[in-house]
Write a protein that binds this ligand. Sequence first.
Ligand SMILES: [Ca+2]
Ligand SMILES: [Ca+2]
Ligand SMILES: [Ca+2]
Ligand SMILES: [Ca+2]
Length: 424
Amino acid sequence: MYSAGMSRLRLCLFALGASLLLGAGVVARAVQPGQVAAPTQRGPAPQTSAPAVPGNAALRFERQEIRSKFGVGYAVTTADMNGDGRPDVVAISGTQLVWYENPTWREHVLLEGQTPKDNVALAPLDIDGDGRTDVAVGAAWNPRNTAGGGTLHWVRQPTTGDAGSLHDISSEPTLHRIRWADVDGRGRPELIVAPLHGRGTSPPEWNGQGARLMAFTVPARPAAEAWPLQVVDDTLHILHNVTPVRLTRTDRDELLTASREGLHLFTRGDDGAWTKRKLGEGAPGEIKVGKVAGRWLLATVEPWHGTSVVVYREPSGGAAASQLWPRVSLDGSLQGGHALAWGDMDGDRDDDLVAGWRDGTGGVVVYGMGPAGELRTRTPVDLQGMATEDIAVHDLDGDGRPEIIASGRRTSNVVIYWNRTAAR
Ligand SMILES: [Ca+2]
Ligand SMILES: [Ca+2]
Ligand SMILES: [Ca+2]
Ligand SMILES: [Ca+2]
């Protein structure tokens, strides 16, 4: 199937390369409101037009679609799956877990149809310690079933061939995000699991029991033994994302959550007890952490599936200071904002923020910020071909400039945006 589609892919690449060249011209001027104000297919329409800041004229991206007709590309990330030192792209659709081999981007199918529909989350790690990267997977995704569904598995990568073996770990209704994070500082990451809603809650408010944020420890024999579980917290609602970070501790990962209650930092103490601290107000639905001018910026999409990209600036007293982080709104024009990632796209040593949305025409843009988090540039990367569900940032070819990797919902694709920005 992949090779049969290659000539078509090449044609697409040629056409898309040409449109990117046109896009680069677009980049040099201020973004026009019409570029994102296309008819809404679903979700709330943006209340404002795109901010009137210029694009970053230095940025250049070359689009390569490595998969089409994928179904919903719920999640995409990178990991070295074959141990050759090159990061590969790993992605899930509702029914498949696949990886694309760097540099040919040949598709390898680890799972097809064995998990209860839909797959929704993935997190690669060598779980059994045999030297080959495995993948934890969340499946049975149904955001409205708060009484059942939400299965947690891991897939062992075989020593030969592509098809992995599926092992069950646990289940939690509306299980939605999973991440590896070394929360106890012992050197081995735990599997962090965040459902979207609390058990037994219902729309539209999802009030009642909070979502159970959990940390699973990998046992010595992960395929044969139960995975010990610790509940980190059960107070939050519409817990749409969680990300590991080291804001106040350098010896362990902390967890930063985006929920209806705002931004919260969870830190595990040496006694195993968790502390919860509020860092920001608002009702964020995504959360990713970057640094500009040596200070943390916490980026969010607000509200859940919303229209705004916001950053919370590290206060002058530092990340450990017990004060709320000042909020800076960057953009209010997204349609179904759904993914964020940070990376130094232009090589000036400050992180840039990549954001994607999935409604309307969909899109991917890069924001550049000053030291106070103030918006300086907004550079469209793709305004037609990516109804963004998830985004990863990683330097795939080792040239020092990070690529953007995105997976789409309505566009049913996985795309690498090669960073062709000239070295500074
Ligand atoms: Ca590799
Ligand atoms: Ca392994
Ligand atoms: Ca930069
Ligand atoms: Ca690169």
